[in-house]
Design a protein around this ligand. Structure first.
Ligand code: NAG
Ligand code: NAG
Ligand code: NAG
Ligand code: NAG
Ligand code: NAG
Ligand code: NAG
Ligand code: NAG
Ligand code: NAG
Length: 878
């Protein structure tokens, strides 16, 4: 992900929040002269602390999970990105500050985007025109020969190939729902929290002699979100539900009307002109009455309305929302228009049924049951002691690098799964901010940056048994593949398969998205190759043959077909290998040949094709043979350079002081396997060193990788300091079985890059920081990689090596994991104590392809077996 131009200059060069003085920075000397000064400093620190926490309440609110599985606070949130709490069901999302008298819920609808064909009917996915195909093919030839003949192996631009992004658009906020109680008096006993067992946000407080409760959740089965208000005293004060677009910066003012006596209807567009959306909010009450009223507006202004509740003992509003975006209309047959019907009928249909008839308790219980089903198959325990006397903002403020806090780490692990499950279960995948975006200028459009960020979002999904992958794959199939085939043709003169580049929206943006000479971002035709490894992994974990035949295999075949034609003979080194050129290592400047990242990824993709061929039912053996031949002939992207590093490019030009945020050439360490499971006989024999072939040993490749990882630094380059860099480094150190470096990077990331609401922040020191969800969702992946590893293997004949506790930090010496999944359809329950496994239970799915498995702890193979359907194995000695 970007250090992008627009943001990086804004990063202040301070090392810590101005309003916080860490204890360690106050030194108390023993001299009596300075004692006074010292106590003054300690005193002011405690004042700051108290002002910051305002902690009259020092225990978790009543009703907070006794396991500690939630986030709680003693004050309402102020800053959206840092304090507010997220809820979502994939289709809709909302952020709550936890207001008392007035709650302002900020809303999202997953497909609400400005731009695209809705704003500009000529929008073509950032592509060239058909008549430019020959010019592009010629330019490509020139760039290639420029690289082959250049003394450095580099050229300085590929500008001709890139295209202005045009109406690329942005994921945007959908307005605010404002729920106001007509009550006055001092608010006391205030608390707000997010319960991660139940996926529900709550606010409680006392006022005017009554104890109030607000609850907010988004339910997946109903595709609705619900906000409920109740009070301990019989009757609620008058309560209004209104909608505000004024609070959502840049959102065109919608028409707000009464659909009927208890339903507010909001109809607007994302931009002008732009995509149409509709939100319906139905108010339900117990006792009393509800009336939807039109509000006076100046002549010529769009109508406004509000729902007023009086005399009720409780009231709730359930809202549903949709747009006219239709992913099924993103292909040639539909002119890539992505346009469906007016959303009114569909959202109205959602409102019928339980949202209009069931009691609040029934609705809530339906949600709780769904949450249990979605998240409950997997459970991790790090031996943590829940701390119910420290609010979450104080927990993260007190957090220290290397010392850590297993309770907070487990909480953030669960929160990562919560955020993924709450944003990825709709019809579109989780974007750069999950599904939570404010206003209309979402950083980097809240899009799908596919050179680490979207991949990282899904790191934990398979192993922690979250059923969230299908919308991602359908997005590839319907949004990327159709226009990606056009891009393959006009940009690359390749008539089979499809290609995408670095950044994708929801309107089939597949061209090289340029801003000036920006090859480091634009020139990344391997994005879909990386994503196809997620497609392959899903099959490898589940053995879901029907899905593989229908969706998985066609996706892989399309991307592999394109790259079969795109690989070219290396006419610089003339070593008989096939390479990519021109290539960029993601977000790095040199435009060159044989980028290690691309070569490793394509090699892994071709292996996946071979492994998945027989299950696909495809009889195209010519394709399989071509994949095999080109895979064998291609450069494998593993080369040890002049200072012992793993080269990032085929030309040895790595700078030892390059602390770039991406670890692109280490892709085969994590999340890939080209390094982690290196096999000399498959990958080594084509490496040309000083004119002769060399075959590295696995130890040499791992050593070079370690050298590169060390030199890449800890994820605080001059260009960016974001959380995802540290999560990637943590996962890589875990893969190298280095628990102290793993824990250092993990704790450094938690220390540096997360807000009071535990959201991962791109620029944590800014007053109004940017959310970037990748580190939140990557954290569980990195944590899992320290506890259980089973990286992919090049052939199904190679044993699947499952390593238990490969990089367990001493802080997690005792713990357990239940329901973890690995490749090969295996479910594992694991218990450990004193840093060693005490019990491992393996259960093989009822339907699997038998394969050899080794269970490893330390350097020892503790068990070997071949999987078969329904096999169960228990290990108790290690
Ligand atoms: C474009 O592709 C066609 C068909 O493969 C080929 O004949 C032609 O030489 C290519 N053009 C260029 C300039 O590479
Ligand atoms: C709130 O209630 C008071 C007392 O009943 C009433 O006078 C006032 O108009 C109400 N305010 C609003 C905004 O409804
Ligand atoms: C509609 O009325 C509500 C409540 O008075 C107000 O907050 C909102 O700004 C109004 N209109 C729009 C378009 O937001
Ligand atoms: C809002 O209402 C006006 C007046 O009826 C209408 O012209 C306009 O199309 C409506 N806007 C939307 C988004 O429905
Ligand atoms: C790395 O070192 C080179 C040569 O000393 C220097 O020119 C360059 O600016 C350094 N780069 C960084 C990122 O520090
Ligand atoms: C390649 O050859 C150069 C010059 O003879 C030598 O300095 C270098 O060590 C050689 N590299 C390897 C990896 O053998
Ligand atoms: C991160 O790396 C920088 C540069 O080497 C160093 O100054 C800093 O102390 C490191 N911080 C941590 C927490 O590792
Ligand atoms: C972990 O990596 C650090 C830095 O390379 C090294 O000093 C340490 O020895 C490694 N620890 C293990 C257990 O390999």
């Amino acid at each position: 992900m970007p250090s992008r131009l627009l943001i990086s200059e804004e990063l202040p060069q301070v090392a810590w929040h101005d309003d916080f003085i860490p204890s360690s920075s106050i030194f108390c000397w023993t001299s009596s002269v300075v004692d006074l000064l010292c106590s003054f400093l300690m005193w002011s620190k405690s004042i700051l602390f108290n002002a910051f926490l305002a902690s009259a309440v020092i225990s978790a609110p009543s009703g907070f999970p006794s396991s500690g599985n939630g986030l709680w606070y003693t004050k309402p949130g102020v800053i959206w990105s840092r304090d507010w709490l997220p809820v979502g069901n994939g289709f809709l999302a909302a952020m709550t500050p936890g207001g008392s008298v007035q709650e302002t819920l900020q809303l999202n609808i997953e497909s609400l985007w400005s731009g695209g064909p809705f704003q500009d009917p000529t929008y073509n996915g950032g592509n060239k025109q058909p008549n430019e195909q020959m010019a592009m093919a010629t330019a490509m030839q020139q760039y290639r020969s420029g690289i082959f003949t250049s003394p450095t192996g580099n050229i300085d631009n590929v500008e001709t190939l890139a295209t202005d992004p045009g109406a690329y658009g942005s994921y945007i906020g959908a307005g605010y729902l404002v729920a106001t109680l007509n009550v006055t008096g001092t608010v006391s006993n205030y608390a707000r929290w997010l319960d991660l067992d139940q996926s529900i946000a709550r606010v409680t407080w006392n006022q005017a002699g009554s104890a109030f409760t607000r609850e907010t959740f988004c339910s997946h089965p109903t595709e609705a979100c619900t906000h409920h208000v109740s009070a301990s005293k019989g009757t609620l004060p008058p309560l209004t539900f209104a909608f505000s677009s004024a609070l959502e910066n840049g959102l065109p003012t919608p028409n707000i009307t009464c659909l009927d006596s208890d339903t507010i209807r909001i109809r607007g567009t994302a931009s002008t002109p732009g995509m149409l959306y509709e939100i319906l909010g139905r108010v339900r009450i117990k006792g009393g009455k509800v009336a939807c009223l039109s509000l006076p507006v100046p002549t010529g202004f769009p109508p406004n309305a509000t729902a007023v509740v009086t005399g009720a003992s409780e009231a709730w509003i359930s809202w549903v929302g949709g747009t006219e975006f239709n992913q099924d209309a993103g292909d040639v047959a539909h002119g890539f228009f992505f346009k469906g019907p007016d959303p009114h009928a569909a959202v109205l249909a959602l409102l019928s049924g339980s949202l209009s008839t069931a009691s609040y308790t029934t609705l809530r219980n339906q949600h709780f049951a769904d949450v249990q089903k979605a998240f409950g198959a997997f459970k991790l325990d790090l031996g943590q002691q829940p701390d119910l006397s420290t609010s979450t903002d104080a927990l993260i403020e007190a957090y220290q690098i290397d010392t850590g806090n297993p309770y907070l780490e487990l909480l953030m692990f669960n929160y990562g799964r919560y955020l993924l499950g709450s944003s990825a279960r709709g019809t579109l995948p989780a974007n750069l901010q999950g599904k939570w975006a404010l206003d209309t200028g979402t950083p980097w459009s809240g899009d799908y940056h596919s050179n680490i960020n979207i991949q990282m979002n899904y790191w934990s999904a398979e192993m922690s048994n979250l059923d969230v992958m299908k919308p991602l794959f359908t997005y590839f199939e319907k949004n990327w593949a159709p226009r990606g085939a056009y891009t393959a043709q006009v940009l690359y003169n390749i008539s089979r398969g499809w290609v995408t580049h670095n950044e994708m929206n929801i309107f089939g943006h597949t061209g090289m998205k340029a801003f000036g000479n920006s090859a480091e971002w634009a020139n990344y035709p391997e994005s879909a190759v990386w994503m196809m490894l997620h497609v392959w992994d899903h099959f490898d974990y589940t053995n879901d043959v029907a899905w593989w035949k229908a969706q998985g295999w066609p996706l892989l075949k399309g991307v592999a077909s394109f790259h079969l034609d795109k690989l070219i003979p290396d006419r610089r080194f003339n070593d008989g290998t096939l390479i990519v050129s021109p290539c960029n290592s993601p977000e790095q400047a040199p435009i060159t040949l044989g980028c290690a990242h691309a070569q490793q990824l394509i090699w892994q993709l071709f292996n996946a094709v071979e492994k998945g061929f027989s299950a696909s039912g495809d009889e195209d053996t010519a394709f399989l043979e071509e994949v095999r031949a080109k895979r064998n002939a291609m450069d494998k992207g593993l080369r040890i350079g002049s200072w012992g590093q793993l080269q990032e490019w085929k030309v040895d030009q790595d700078a030892p002081n390059d602390t770039h945020r991406h670890l692109s050439h280490l892709i085969g360490l994590y999340p890939g396997y080209a390094i982690a499971n290196y096999e000399a006989n498959l990958q080594g024999d084509l490496t040309l060193v000083n004119g002769s072939r060399a075959t590295y040993t696995k130890a040499q490749v791992i050593d070079a990788t370690t050298v590169s990882l060390i030199h890449r630094g800890n994820g605080t380059g001059p260009d960016a300091d974001s959380g995802w860099e540290k999560m990637w480094r943590a996962a890589c150190w875990a893969q190298l079985k280095n628990s102290s470096k793993f824990y250092h990077e993990l704790t450094f990331g938690i220390f540096e890059n997360f807000g009071a609401n535990l959201f991962s922040l791109y620029d944590p020191f800014d007053v109004v920081p940017i959310i970037q969800i990748d580190a939140n969702l990557g954290l569980p992946g990195a944590v899992l990689n320290a506890i259980l590893q089973a990286p992919d293997v090049p052939t199904l004949a190679a044993p699947l090596v499952i390593t238990l506790l490969p990089a367990l930090p001493t802080q997690w010496a005792t713990g357990s994991m239940k329901g973890a999944r690995t490749r090969g359809g295996i479910t594992i329950d694991l218990q450990w104590a004193g840093g060693k496994p005490t019990r491992a239970l393996m259960r093989v799915d009822p339907s699997v392809v038998p394969r050899p498995v080794q269970i490893v702890f330390g350097d020892t193979v503790v068990a070997s077996f071949t999987t078969k359907a329904g096999l169960t194995k228990t290990l108790t000695s290690f």
